[in-house]
Ligand binder design. Structure first.
Ligand code: ANZ
Length: 834
């Protein structure tokens, strides 16, 4: 008997697949319907890790599944190979980031091929190849020409360790850098931006189309990130100042309750207002501004933080009632949201109330908010006084103390207030977004050079298309250490170029692009990765895109997905794409953890990919990933059993070895009980797979293998065609989870490779009509017959059937029946004397 030797199978099948190319999608005459299954491509930080092992196992289940269902499946892979880690590693070791990156790619690729995900390797790409980043530059210029790429000076998030700017999305909730862990500070710099805010409404509204196809958590995170608020802009006159000051409010209904105004200390407006006030105020303000500079945006927004501020000794006039409102500068108002100033309504806004209580400012209730206890009865009215309770009345109610709005509900008062403001030219309906433009320039080496040339006179010139790519200069001789300006600026030969207009001395833009630009459109490049005449092929995109199923980590819930959605919409508007959402469906896998903790180098609790694969084999590791639980859940590697997986695979392997019937034999006459198990599985597995219940499919497959083993060992025998049918079904199913063994079983069962191209089989309806169970009939403890009966059979019916059996009557002979014990539907025990 042969043994299950995963190492031998891996050695045997890899070269055969290389030869057969079963996963190639390059045949233009292929008429099968298409599916595009995409796994998020890896960053080559070293060898593959267990997180990769999970995502590529699960993504491959989907790709292989659709292939079995008769689809032509595009399933490409490449490397997201620009980025800071390469550069930091290079600085640390004094090597070239290019060498470090491509060495890692080589290693990952070897592991990836061994891991046997069904990728079309002819489409492999690396974003750090000039053949790829040339088209990043093309994309940049497309946006530039449309006014969607622009440069401005602004406050940016600055990572003081990596010495580079960060997108808002790269600053963690605690105010530290996602990259280096350093506390992020603000710095004023001129940077390149992509105008994603122009697309805010579409990015938000189109999320509705993805409902049910993307995890709802991700949809919610995207919605929050875009953060659309609907309200009004209200213009306030300022005493002693020409221009009015607009504020954004979501509650124009509370305008009569405004008792002061607050401006962000770091907004230009604050500095303007403070000019011409007393020297004491100016000093106090200057000190405050310095203090504010130390805190992060997150801290400033924290609700539990003590309120601080400075009275500017200036006054605003409420446009609806002419009241004088003192103007304060306070850091809970942010400079770059709305207009950097608010009308403060302490009775109905908690932050304003906290501030008013700190500085003893007036509070005026303008909404009668019913205050009811749990039984719905009215409570003590003092409970409704924010000055006493310290709790702002945030709910709905009836307007009071509000002139023309009195008696209206909040819902009616909001539009009415806007009408009143509009009639007077003092305001209008307005929307605001949390979303900011996408800061794409980085002062680092290992990225795509920005294809712009700056003239001495400050003019900007796009590098002509025929001069693309603007190649990265050689790293040799450049100082890559972070210093706040791009290392590319140090490459004199590279940076100094003639002005494309008049030949006068000019300089290349020395910044490189955020690597999220690279990954915002890579799914299109896979369609024609070797075309050096265009970024992607419009017809191929029509044929294959959008991606039918995207698979990857929830860590990309905001940034990457939002950027890819944005770029897709831009390319749609430019006429290149006929769709507006890049990823029709999204599956987020959980993390692989150990003993309940995230694996990390510093904790020393890393499970290594190569070690697991060496120990248990690729198939067992992949099966373990699929069997561990719902894909979204984290997998604790201490609680799963790759050893158990390997044992199961060995059991499946022995079945294929045991089968003695010839291929093609008609299973109709085979054992009905086993056939029912097989066909139930054939019927259920597709729906379970499409619902991502891979673990259930594996559990059901284990049942099938157990049933087959029992049939072989218990009289049905290895020659029964039902056994062959079950073994073939097992091989087809294992193709999703354990491709090496599946291929070997398939061959053993007498078929040509590849099992990955063999179609799934349809269940025979007759075998699904009603499940039967096997009832055992014993006479004096000895099994005399087995009966196929309905699981719902009654005791009396089963007893009657048992006593009518030929084998049983024969066994009883002349004996006298003393007792019949029936346990429906499984057992009948007959005791006789004689
Ligand atoms: C008056 C008011 C009364 C407000 C009330 C709220 C409740 P979202 O939903 O986040 O858009 N605001 C406006 N600009 C701000 C800034 N730059 N920094 C901090 N806060 C700012 O919040 C909009 C509300 O946040 C606005 O509506 C404004 O306060 C405040 F009972 O105006 B409101």
């Amino acid at each position: 008997d042969e043994v299950y030797d995963f190492g031998a199978l891996q050695k045997k099948w890899l070269p055969i697949w290389d030869e057969l190319k079963p996963f190639s999608t390059s045949d233009p005459d292929d008429t099968r319907p298409r599916k595009y299954v995409l796994d998020m491509f890896p960053y080559p930080s070293g060898d593959l890790h267990m997180g990769h092992a999970e995502v590529y196992a699960l993504g491959d289940v989907v790709a292989r599944y659709w292939r079995q269902q008769g689809y032509n499946v595009m399933h490409p892979i490449g490397w997201d190979s620009f980025g800071l880690p390469a550069e930091n590693a290079a600085i640390k070791r004094g090597v070239d980031p290019r060498g470090w990156t491509y060495d890692n790619i080589e290693q990952q690729k070897r592991s990836m091929r061994l891991y046997a995900a069904s990728f079309d390797w002819e489409r492999e790409l690396h974003t750090s190849d000039p053949e790829y980043y040339k088209w990043n530059q093309w994309l940049f210029l497309e946006l530039y020409k449309k006014g969607l790429a622009y440069r401005k000076e602004s406050w940016v998030n600055w990572d003081p360790v990596d010495q580079t700017v960060l997108a808002n999305e790269q600053v963690l909730a605690d105010g530290t850098s996602e990259r280096s862990g350093a506390v992020v500070v603000k710095k004023r710099l001129t940077q390149w931006y992509f105008k994603i805010t122009d697309y805010a409404d579409r990015l938000l509204d189109d999320l509705d189309q993805l409902e049910g196809h993307w995890p709802s958590k991700v949809l919610q995170m995207q919605r929050n990130w875009i953060g659309r608020s609907i309200g009004a802009d209200v213009e306030f006159e300022i005493e002693g100042r020409e221009e009015r000051v607009p504020v954004f409010t979501t509650r124009p209904d509370t305008l009569w309750g405004a008792t002061f105004m607050v401006v962000a200390p770091d907004a230009a407006l604050a500095a303007e207002l403070v000019e011409g006030t007393s020297p004491e105020v100016q000093q106090r303000f200057a000190d405050y501004l310095t203090a504010v500079g130390q805190s992060t945006e997150i801290e400033r927004q924290a609700t539990d933080r003590a309120k601080t501020g400075v009275f500017l000794e200036r006054y605003a006039i409420n446009p609806v009632n002419g009241e004088r409102l003192p103007i304060w500068a306070a850091d809970y108002v942010l400079a770059d949201y709305g207009h950097g100033a608010v009308m403060a309504v302490p009775a109905h806004d908690q932050r304003d109330l906290d501030f008013a209580r700190t500085f003893d400012l007036p509070v005026r209730v303008v909404l009668d908010v019913p205050n009811t206890n749990e039984d719905g009865e009215s409570n003590d009215p003092s409970q409704n006084d924010p000055t006493q309770t310290g709790i702002a009345l945030a709910g709905s109610g009836t307007l009071i103390n509000s002139g023309p709005l009195d008696g209206l509900s909040k819902a009616d008062a909001v539009p009415r207030a806007i009408e009143i403001l509009e009639a007077d030219g003092r305001g209008r309906a307005a929307k605001n977004y949390r979303l900011r433009d996408w800061l794409i320039s980085r002062q680092r080496y290992w990225g795509t050079p920005i294809p712009i040339i700056h003239g001495e006179d400050g003019t900007e010139h796009a590098v002509p298309l025929e001069q693309l790519p603007v190649l990265l200069p050689d790293a040799a001789g450049l100082d890559l250490k972070p210093k706040g300006t791009s290392p590319l600026g140090g490459a004199a030969d590279w940076v100094n170029v003639p002005n494309p207009v008049d030949g006068t001395p000019a300089k290349r833009d020395a910044d490189t692009m955020d690597t999220f630009v690279d990954s915002s459109w890579y799914f299109l490049r896979f369609l024609n990765p070797n075309d050096d005449t265009k970024a992607f092929d419009v017809d191929e995109a029509k044929r294959w895109a959008p991606v039918d199923q995207y698979v990857g980590g929830v860590e990309h819930a905001i940034l990457h997905l939002l950027y890819a959605r944005f770029i897709t919409k831009v390319l749609h508007d430019l006429g290149y794409l006929d769709f507006e959402e890049p990823f029709k469906a999204l599956l987020n896998q959980g993390m692989v953890i150990l003993d309940g903790a995230k694996m990390s180098k510093s904790k020393g609790n890393i499970v290594f990919f190569t070690e697991e694969v060496d120990k248990h084999g690729v198939d067992a590791v992949r099966l373990t990933m699929a069997f561990a639980g719902p894909p979204e859940d984290d997998i604790d590697w201490a609680e799963v059993s790759p050893v158990g997986s390997a044992k199961f695979l060995a059991r499946a392997w022995r079945i294929a070895n045991d089968v003695t019937s010839a291929p093609g034999v008609d299973p109709a006459g085979g054992d009905q009980a086993l056939r029912r198990v097989t066909h139930r599985f054939l019927a259920d597995a597709p729906g379970l797979t499409e619902a991502f219940k891979f673990n259930v499919v594996v559990a059901r497959l284990m049942e099938l293998v157990n049933a087959t083993r029992k049939a072989i060992d218990s009289g049905v025998g290895a020659a029964d065609p039902a056994v062959r049918e079950a073994a073939e079904t097992t091989a087809l199913a294992l193709n999703l989870f354990a491709p090496y063994l599946a291929e070997e079983m398939w061959e053993k069962l007498g078929f040509q490779p590849s099992v990955a191209l063999a179609p799934w089989r349809t269940a025979e309806p007759a075998l699904l009509v009603e499940d039967s169970v096997t009832a055992v009939v014993q006479v004096n403890g000895k099994v005399r017959d087995r009966l196929e009966v309905s699981p719902q059979i009654s005791e009396a019916e089963l007893e009657a059937l048992a006593l009518a059996s030929d084998a049983v009557t024969k066994a009883i002979g002349d004996g006298e029946i003393i007792k019949v014990i029936v346990r429906a539907p499984k057992i009948v025990n007959i005791a006789i004397r004689g």
